[in-house]
Design a protein around this ligand. Structure first.
Ligand SMILES: N[C@@H](CCC(=O)N[C@@H](CS)C(=O)NCC(=O)O)C(=O)O
Length: 247
């Protein structure tokens, strides 16, 4: 039975799921959906409208955390969830922090600036997607952009708060990583995978590999530059280099 990941190429939560699938050595197809037209196809599979959704063995699993749970249940090799109960608790706590205090606010901050650059957004939204993607956004971009601002409550004020939240999290990570190379225990786990995947839009650890440097607004470049030589950026790049290899 075929395995399919329904996703947005731009989404760092989808990057988290892709990484988990690659790490586990799963062969899968990618189905890229267009933000704004994604609700209907997803409603056929699941209750909610968020990606990533993994279809595997006749099951549809929504949410990157649950996808990792599911993969660990199906495939015992290369566990991402620590077996030790206390380490498992720590890994889940880091994963939650990564989502709430990095993934969500970083997305809000990025969109606040990026949505002002339709071409850059449309390039990302239509990447390897349906043929009619550009046609759709030629008409619908203003509405889709407005919906994203409204849905994620994006204003200048919330963007400033979001940036502060990401900066606080980078500090928390730095304090922890000064003493140990991984977030939970002495081996790579879903905690490291989550934090690194959700920081990847800022760190861009794969940009050297692909040779592509997609357009970024000045405010985001400044944010990146500020942390370029930081321990956390270095750590994300190192974890990507060591553990983000397709099997
Ligand atoms: N907690 C979810 C978050 C996923 C999420 O927020 N996905 C966004 C893209 S980054 C999405 O699908 N948004 C469209 C929608 O909510 O309809 C996870 O870890 O998978």
């Amino acid at each position: 039975m075929s395995t399919t990941l329904y996703q947005f190429p731009i989404s760092h939560y989808c990057e988290k799921a892709r990484w988990a699938l690659d790490y586990k050595g799963v062969q899968y197809q990618i189905k890229n959906l267009l933000p704004g037209l994604h609700m209907k196809p997803l409603k056929h599979l699941c209750n909610d409208t968020t990606v990533p959704v993994l279809s595997m063995g006749g099951k549809h699993v929504q949410n990157s955390d649950r996808i990792i749970d599911f993969l660990d249940e199906q495939i015992a090799a290369r566990p991402l969830t620590p077996l030790d109960a206390s380490m498992r608790e720590q890994a889940h706590a880091w994963e939650k922090l990564a989502a709430e205090q990095i993934g969500d606010p970083l997305r809000l901050y990025f969109y606040h600036f990026l949505l002002e650059h339709p071409r850059a957004v449309i390039d990302r939204f239509t990447q390897n997607g349906p043929w009619y993607g550009r046609l759709f956004y030629a008409i619908a971009y203003p509405k889709v952009s407005q919906r994203i601002r409204y849905g994620y409550k994006i204003t200048a004020q919330t963007a400033a708060q979001a940036k502060q939240m990401v900066e606080n999290s980078i500090l928390k990570l730095e304090q922890h990583l000064q003493h140990q190379p991984f977030l939970a225990g002495d081996t790579f786990s879903r905690a490291d995978l989550s934090a690194c995947a959700l920081l990847s839009p800022l760190v861009q650890p794969l940009s050297g590999k692909t040779g592509r440097t997609p357009f970024l607004p000045e405010a985001i470049i400044e944010f990146q530059q500020h942390y370029r030589d930081s321990l956390v950026f270095d750590w994300v790049s190192r974890i990507y280099k060591t553990y983000r290899k397709p099997m």
